[in-house]
Design a protein around this ligand. Structure first.
Ligand SMILES: [Zn+2]
Length: 251
């Protein structure tokens, strides 16, 4: 079934996970290809090309996007989506493809949430819970749990997972910058503001940092005040301190 271009464009602009695996898109003829739900910057519509299958994307010379990892879409419950072209949603509009697992880490219990084959959330201890779907297991969750285990054992410096942090264009720009802070290093809010091209927006950067839906994986704990103070952390300063200490120990 070939979907209408308007339908596909809407799926891209709303990052609708229901269409993941149903089609892919790329920017121009050479860019990487993405799932509709990819958290990267929304391209200009006139530059978008649609691809119906992974094979079509690969043979056209596109490489998989390093963010949304479209080629890894074997993962979570997408059977119904493949059959019907859309995911069932409950009365709150929550996608039934959302699944979570808990991980007992040295900084307390973490809850990892996957939707449409991508990590969408990591809740720290004491983080107010929102929609997390049902507890379950799938390829991406298993992979993410394994990588967390390696990280806390000092055996992993960087996460390599399909992630889809949901937020505004500005927030996603900030989160993208956070991933570029090397392991065991820190950056200041002003550094990040400069990295995203808004050198005077350190305060807005602080807010975006605080709203990071996938802490640890997106290392917002590596952002500190210009005087070296830890300043703040959604999971509590103690957790931030411990993460930084852990990284210094294993670096
Ligand atoms: Zn992508």
């Amino acid at each position: 079934m070939r979907l209408d271009d308007d339908v596909r464009w809407r799926a891209v602009t709303t990052r609708d996970t229901a269409f993941d695996g149903v089609f892919y898109y790329a920017v121009e003829t050479v860019g990487p290809y993405c799932k509709p739900s990819c958290g990267s910057r929304t391209p200009r519509r006139e530059n978008v090309v649609y691809l119906d299958t992974l094979t079509e994307a690969e043979t056209a010379g596109h490489r998989p996007c390093r963010w949304c990892r479209p080629e890894a879409l074997d993962a979570c419950p997408t059977d119904q989506i493949a059959e019907t072209g859309r995911a069932p949603h409950d009365y709150r509009g929550r996608s039934h493809s959302m699944t979570h697992a808990t991980y007992e880490s040295p900084v307390g219990r973490l809850i990892l949430v996957v939707d449409g084959g991508q990590v969408v959330r990591l809740a720290l201890p004491g983080d107010p819970s929102s929609d997390m779907g049902d507890p379950g297991s799938c390829g991406i969750l298993e992979e993410a749990l394994g990588q967390l285990g390696e990280y806390f054992a000092g055996a992993r410096y960087q996460f390599d997972l399909p992630i889809s942090p949901r937020g505004t264009e500005f927030q996603r720009g900030v989160w993208d910058a956070l991933v570029r802070i090397p392991y065991a290093r820190t950056a200041t809010y002003s550094d990040i503001a400069s990295m995203v091209g808004h050198p005077k927006a350190a305060r807005a950067v602080g807010q975006a940092n605080n709203r990071n839906p996938i802490p640890v994986v997106i290392p917002c704990h590596r952002v500190i005040g210009s005087g070296g103070a830890l300043v703040g952390y959604r999971g509590g300063l103690e957790v931030k301190q411990r993460l930084l200490e852990l990284e210094r120990t294993y670096a």
